[in-house]
Design a protein around this ligand. Sequence first.
Ligand code: E4P
Length: 217
Amino acid sequence: MKFFVDTAEISEIKALLPTGLVDGVTTNPSLIMKSGRDIREVTAEICALTPGPVSAEVTALEADKMISEGKSLAKIADNVVVKLPLTFDGLIACKALTSEGIKTNVTLCFSANQALLAAKAGASFISPFIGRLDDINIDGMELIREIRVIYDNYDFRTEILAASIRSANHVKDSALAGADVATVPPGVLKSLVNHPLTDKGLKAFLDDWAKTGQKIL
Ligand code: E4P
């Protein structure tokens, strides 16, 4: 499973890069707003740092304007993926940008039928929003499972990018459900390493080591 980091904060991406865990980055208009940065500047900076795809979202609602915005965003760097909302206009823009060789991430997906349409429009990634479904008491993980079955039934190449992830369990369950990628907030990504028995075991080893009086270096 690939990990994308769900942030537009450069410092958070830089802190995670040495772990080798960062396969890409996703942003959205709310994350750009939180960063306080200009979308072009910050996207260019993220693209230069990141080894893989970097999603940048259009904000137009009509297909022709989405296509223009998408082409403009795609010129920022070779690894830009144009993020489009799951609307009919978004699907038209997806088809058009895909046919020009521009990678797309169709976002705000809340149903398996929406995911089917995005795959048929040639999306590179589909972003089902797990957390926002859970927020309204609908099982977000079931959506990932349904999309996995549908995409496998028809051999769609669109990658399932589990989004709106809020917890370590969301990451584990997305992996079990067969998501290709999870886009994870930095805090949740860091929390995946935690286990109290690791901490306890490490302390016991170091206490015993101190008793030997030895040093490795
Ligand atoms: C990423 O592609 C999505 O925009 C993001 O995961 C949404 O997360 P949220 O529901 O926590 O805002």
